[in-house]
Design a protein around this ligand. Structure first.
Ligand code: ATP
Ligand code: MG
Ligand code: FE
Length: 341
């Protein structure tokens, strides 16, 4: 079965073809980062309009890349939520329009399920069950995953997401948008002994997180400087921020592994691309003898491949979940726990 995946929940248009027999056939992505950069964040209306411009050319590109004709597509999966309503509507209408034209079933996919299953696209994928840390721009959650659709929430952030903390702190340091990769690169040159930032909820015993205080601590540090921040100061602050955030993520992952007794930890979402986090997790996994898995770097942030893949898994599990009426509705807010099998 060949499934076309359409992702348009935020500022990336992602299109991909996944074949349940041969794996990922091709994928293409257009990031709108350059367009939103000057505004310091995503402008929803601009995002929707750009998805409209990009979707069909990207579709042509993946069909050509996979050397298939559009009539060979067996089903279409699109991101139904959560995300920006207008942006989601573009992907949904493209998917349903194609489904209608090609007479193929269409399935709405949960964006976070896409992220969560993205490590399974890697060359050495984890097997179920596993603990998953989902660290993206809008979410920070620890989950126990027993299979497709079997997700038990173990803990989550009470305020900002990890990616959001990266982006907001980067903005305070004048690093542009999105700030995650920039702050991470800068932190490499930072001296860890200059500043110490708080590790929120490190000892809270539960598996919840809180990152808004960390961002405020960065703000306080920046405000304290009497002169303009020099590059080394910025690097030192970036380092203090990354060290604090990674410490908390690592500690909570270790607690989750202990609590569940599981031996596989899976990281998903944009912050999963972070090298400091990966280094810390790899070292801990080796010491404590568990396995840690990541998505391919290009599939950490939003992409169409994870949506095609999640759609294919769902369709295999429950073919009747697909719709044939092509009446689409998106779900900008959609808690993952409302998603059954
Ligand atoms: P959600 O999936 O929760 O709706 P999103 O789709 O915006 O949110 P992702 O695309 O998974 O989130 O990830 C984007 C986030 O990842 C941004 O906050 C970005 O700064 C962060 N990020 C990307 N690369 C890195 C990196 N190397 N280090 C730290 N953060 C990073
Ligand atoms: Mg994005
Ligand atoms: Fe995402």
């Amino acid at each position: 079965m060949i499934v076309l995946g359409v992702e348009s929940s935020c500022d990336e248009t992602g299109i991909a073809l996944y074949d349940t027999q041969h794996g990922l056939l091709s994928h293409a992505l257009h990031s709108q980062v350059a367009m939103h950069e000057q505004y310091g964040g995503v402008v929803p209306e601009l995002a929707s309009r750009d998805h409209i411009r990009r979707a069909i050319p990207l579709l042509e590109q993946v069909l050509a890349g996979a050397h298939i004709d559009r009539h060979q597509i067996d089903a279409i999966a699109y991101t139904q939520g959560p995300g920006l309503a207008g942006a989601l509507l573009v992907g949904a209408s493209v998917a349903c329009g194609l489904g209608l034209a090609l007479d193929r079933p269409v399935l709405g996919v949960h964006h976070l399920e896409g992220h969560l299953l993205s490590p399974l696209l890697a060359s050495e994928p984890p097997t179920f069950p596993f603990v998953a840390l989902l660290v993206s721009g809008g979410h920070t959650q620890l989950m126990r995953v027993d299979g497709v659709g079997q997700y038990a929430l173990l803990g989550e952030t009470l305020d900002d997401a990890a990616g959001e903390a990266f982006d907001k702190s980067a903005k305070l340091l004048g690093l542009g948008y999105p700030g995650g990769p920039a702050i991470s690169r800068l932190a490499e040159f930072g001296d860890p002994s200059v500043y110490q930032l708080p590790r929120p909820m490190l000892h809270s015993k539960d598996l919840n997180f809180s990152f808004s205080g960390l961002k405020t601590a960065v703000l306080t540090l920046v405000k304290k400087q009497t002169t303009n921040l020099c590059e080394q100061d910025k690097a030192n602050i970036a380092r203090a921020f990354v060290d604090a955030l990674v410490d908390v993520l690592l500690a909570k992952c270790l607690t989750a592994m202990k609590q569940t007794g599981l031996k596989r930890l899976v990281i998903a979402g944009g912050v999963g691309a972070n090298s400091q986090l990966r280094n810390a997790l790899n070292a801990a996994a080796q010491k404590r003898r568990f396995q840690v898995y990541y998505p391919e770097l290009e599939f950490c942030t939003d992409n169409g491949a994870m949506i095609a893949f999640a759609g294919a898994m769902r369709l295999q599990l429950k073919p009747e979940a697909a719709q044939r009426d092509y009446a689409f509705n998106v779900r900008p807010r959609w808690p993952l726990n409302e998603l059954g099998i």
